[in-house]
Design a protein around this ligand. Structure first.
Ligand code: GLA
Length: 625
C-alpha cells in the first residue's frame, strides 16, 4: 500500500512538473552532453573551398595547424563541410565517400582519414543534413561534387537514417564533431525548380525561412534531439561536438542550448563587413542563452577573404576580436597551406584566444549599444574583464569607456592591457576616451576594483545562468540585427527583414525589448530583464546570499498584469514577493543560499506576459545584506 501511495505521489509530482514549466527542478537543464566546455576551435573547409574540398586540402590545413602552432593554441577540430559524399548504397543504406577526392577512403570509409588526423593530435569533423538532401544539392548545382545516382542514392541526409548514419560517422569512422545542416528540411518543397529538374523526392518543408507560422518548431527540435540522443549512444566517452546548423530558424536561438553544443544564430556569413555585422548581431544579444556546453554560433571566421583579407587587417582583427568576446566558435575558413604571417598572427593571438576560451564561459554582454559604437564586456574567471570597443562604421568615433561599463569602482584605478598591441596603458580612474579608426575594435583586458565588493551580478555571469523558460509565447523576429544588402540577391528581393525569432528573450542589463532596466522610474545598471512566465536556473559556486530589487518594467507591453517573484534553492522555496503591478515601487527580495547548488528565479503572472526586472540581481559571499 505504502508503495502504491509513493508511486501515486511520484506520478502526480511528475504530472505537476510536466504541466507547470515554472515549477522548480533543482537541476541545471541546459545541455551538458558532448565536449564543448569552451567554444570549439579549429578549421572548416567551406569558406575556403565550398564543395571543392579534397583530402589534400584538408590534410594540408591540418598540417598547417600543427606546423604554425595554431593546434597548440586549441585549434584542433578539422572539419569537412559539404561535398564529401558520393551516394547512399541502397542495399544497406551505407553512405559512400567520394573516393576520387578522398582517396584514403578507397577501402570503404573515412577511418584511415580520421586515424591520420588523430595521429597528428587533431580531431575530425564531418557534415551532414537533417533532411534527405543537402544544401549543395539545392544551391551548388554546378558543383562537380554533388551526390550521384538515382534519387534514392542521392538522399545522403539523415532523414530516416539518423541512427545508422550517426553510428557510421562516430562508431565506424571515428569522427569527433558533426555539423548538421537543415536545407533538406527547408528547400525541397514539391514543385521547386531544382526538385523537378534534379528529380529529388520532395519534402513538405518543416522550416519556412521567414515564415515562422509555417515552421514546425516542435518537429525540427525533435529531429535535432534524435540526433543528440544518437550521438550520446555512439559516443559513450562523451568526446564529441554537435553543431546545429538551422541558421537562426525554427526558434533555435531559444532551444539550441538544450540540444546541441553550438547552434547557428543566422544565415551564412560572407566576406563582407555588412554581412559580418549581421551574423555577429544575431549572437551578440543572446548572452544569457549560451553557457559551457552550448554556444551561440554566428558562423565561421571569414578572415583572409574580401573585407577581411591581408589588405584589411583592421577589419580582420575586429572580426576576430568580436568572435572572441562573444564566445563564438573559432573555426578558421582559409586555405591554411598558403597563409601569410599577418593572418596567422590574428588567429594565433594567444591573448585573444584566451578571452574566448576562458573557463568561466561568460559571453560578453553589450554594455553600450548604438549602430555606430558598441562596448562589449566579458567577465573572465579570474575576476578581470575583457572589453571590446567596436567601431561598426566608416567614420572615426570617440569611445569613452567608463568604470560603470566594467562594473568597477569609479574612484579606484583601472588597468588596461591592449590585446593587439600588447601595450599596458597608464591606469586611469572614472573614464577614459579612445579614438577608434573606421571599423576598428580595441580589445583590452581590464582589471580594477569591483563596484560590488563581495559578489557578482548575475548579468556578469551569463555562463552560470540557464534561461529554462523565457516567457516568450509566440516567437517574434529580432529587429536588433544589422540588415545587410543581400550578398546573394542584392536589391532584387524585398530586403533583409527581421527574421530570427528570439525578440523578447531574457537580457543581461537590458529589458527583453532592449530598453534600459527601469521600475517606477528607478534605473538599474545591472540586472536581468525577462518576461513573466519565466524560470532561470543559476549555478551557485559557493555564494551565501542571493539578492535583487524586483518589479514590473516601466516599458511593459502589458501594464495591467500582476506578477510575483519567487526564489528557490535546490527546489525549495526561499523567498517570494507579494503581487506587483506596473508603476509599483521595486521591492527587495533576498535569500540565504548557503550550500545551495541551483538557485531558481521564477516570475509568475496572469494572462499575457509582462516584462519584469530582476534589478541588481547578485550572488554574494556574505550571508547578510
Ligand atoms: C549551408 C550552411 C553553410 C555550409 C553550406 C554547405 O549554407 O549554412 O555553413 O555548410 O550549407 O552547402
Amino acid at each position: 500500500m505504502r508503495l502504491l501511495i509513493a508511486a501515486a505521489l511520484a506520478l502526480s509530482a511528475t504530472a505537476a512538473t510536466a504541466a507547470d514549466p515554472l515549477a522548480p527542478t533543482g537541476r541545471w537543464t541546459a545541455n551538458t552532453r558532448g565536449a564543448a566546455a569552451t567554444p570549439p576551435m579549429g578549421w572548416n573547409s567551406w569558406n575556403a573551398f565550398r564543395t571543392e574540398v579534397n583530402e589534400e586540402k584538408v590534410l594540408g590545413a591540418a598540417q598547417a595547424l600543427v606546423d604554425t602552432g595554431l593546434a597548440k593554441l586549441g585549434y584542433r577540430y578539422v572539419n569537412i563541410d559539404d561535398g564529401w559524399w558520393l551516394k547512399r548504397r541502397v542495399s544497406d543504406g551505407r553512405l559512400q565517400v567520394r573516393t576520387a577526392i578522398f582517396p584514403s577512403a578507397a577501402g570503404g570509409g573515412f577511418r584511415p582519414f580520421t586515424d591520420k588526423l588523430h595521429s597528428m593530435g587533431l580531431k575530425a569533423g564531418i557534415y551532414t543534413d537533417l533532411g534527405r538532401n543537402a544544401c549543395s544539392q539545392a544551391y551548388d548545382l554546378k558543383s562537380p561534387n554533388l551526390p550521384v545516382g538515382t534519387a534514392e542514392e542521392r538522399e545522403v541526409g539523415l532523414y530516416g537514417h539518423i541512427d545508422g548514419d550517426i553510428r557510421l560517422f562516430f562508431a565506424d569512422w571515428g569522427f569527433d564533431y558533426i555539423k548538421v545542416d537543415s536545407c533538406g528540411l527547408t528547400d525541397y518543397a514539391p514543385g521547386r525548380d531544382h526538385v523537378l529538374s534534379q528529380g529529388y523526392r520532395p519534402l513538405v518543408p518543416l522550416i519556412d525561412r521567414g515564415g515562422p507560422a509555417r515552421t514546425d518548431i516542435v518537429k525540427v527540435r525533435g529531429l535535432y534531439t534524435e540526433v543528440a540522443d544518437a550521438l550520446a549512444r555512439y559516443n559513450p566517452d562523451g568526446d564529441y561536438v554537435f553543431s546545429i546548423c538551422a541558421w537562426g530558424q525554427a526558434n533555435v536561438r531559444a532551444w539550441g542550448k538544450q540540444v546541441g553544443n553550438l547552434w547557428r544564430t543566422s544565415d551564412d556569413i560572407t566576406p563582407n563587413w555588412s554581412r559580418m555585422l549581421h551574423t555577429f548581431d544575431s549572437a551578440s544579444g543572446r548572452a544569457l542563452y549560451a553557457q559551457p556546453g552550448g554556444w551561440n554560433d554566428p558562423d565561421m571566421l571569414f578572415i583572409g577573404a574580401g573585407d577581411f583579407d591581408e589588405n584589411h587587417l583592421v577589419e580582420a582583427r575586429s572580426h576576430f576580436s568580436l568572435w572572441a568576446i562573444a564566445n563564438a566558435p573559432l573555426l578558421i575558413g582559409y586555405d591554411l597551406r598558403n597563409a601569410p604571417k599577418s593572418l596567422l598572427d590574428i588567429w594565433g593571438n594567444a591573448d585573444v584566444v584566451a578571452i574566448n576560451q576562458d573557463s568561466g564561459g561568460h559571453q560578453g554582454v553589450i554594455a553600450y549599444d548604438s549602430d555606430d559604437l558598441q562596448i562589449i564586456v566579458k567577465t573572465l574567471s579570474d575576476g578581470s574583464k575583457a572589453v571590446a570597443l567596436f567601431n561598426r562604421g566608416l567614420a572615426p568615433v570617440e569611445a569613452t569607456l567608463t568604470a560603470d561599463h566594467l562594473k568597477f569602482a569609479s574612484e579606484s584605478p583601472i588597468q588596461l592591457k591592449d590585446l593587439w598591441s600588447k601595450e599596458a596603458l597608464a591606469p586611469f580612474t572614472g573614464e577614459r576616451s579612445f579614438t577608434l579608426a573606421p571599423r576598428e575594435t580595441r580589445l583590452f583586458r581590464a582589471s580594477g576594483t569591483r563596484a560590488l565588493a563581495d559578489g557578482m551580478y548575475l548579468s556578469e555571469l551569463p555562463g552560470n545562468v540557464n534561461v529554462a523558460e523565457d516567457g516568450v509565447v509566440n516567437p517574434e523576429p529580432d529587429p536588433m540585427i544589422h540588415r545587410a544588402l543581400s550578398p546573394w540577391s542584392g536589391s532584387r528581393s524585398s530586403g533583409e527583414r527581421p527574421n530570427y525569432a528570439g525578440w523578447g528573450g531574457a537580457q543581461a542589463d537590458a529589458s527583453p525589448y532592449g530598453q534600459p532596466l527601469q521600475v517606477a522610474g528607478r534605473r538599474f545598471g545591472s540586472g536581468i530583464g525577462i518576461l513573466s512566465g519565466s524560470r532561470l536556473e543559476v549555478r551557485n559556486a559557493g555564494a551565501r546570499r542571493f539578492s535583487a530589487v524586483v518589479g514590473v518594467d516601466d516599458w511593459t507591453r502589458n501594464p495591467a498584469a500582476k506578477v510575483r517573484f519567487y526564489v528557490y534553492g535546490d527546489g525549495r522555496l526561499l523567498a517570494s514577493t507579494a503581487a506587483l503591478t506596473a508603476g509599483a515601487a521595486p521591492v527587495p527580495i533576498s535569500a540565504d543560499v548557503s550550500g545551495v547548488k541551483i538557485v531558481e528565479l521564477v516570475v509568475r503572472g496572469e494572462g499575457q506576459p509582462t516584462s519584469v526586472v530582476w534589478g541588481e540581481a547578485a550572488l554574494s559571499a556574505s550571508p547578510r545584506a
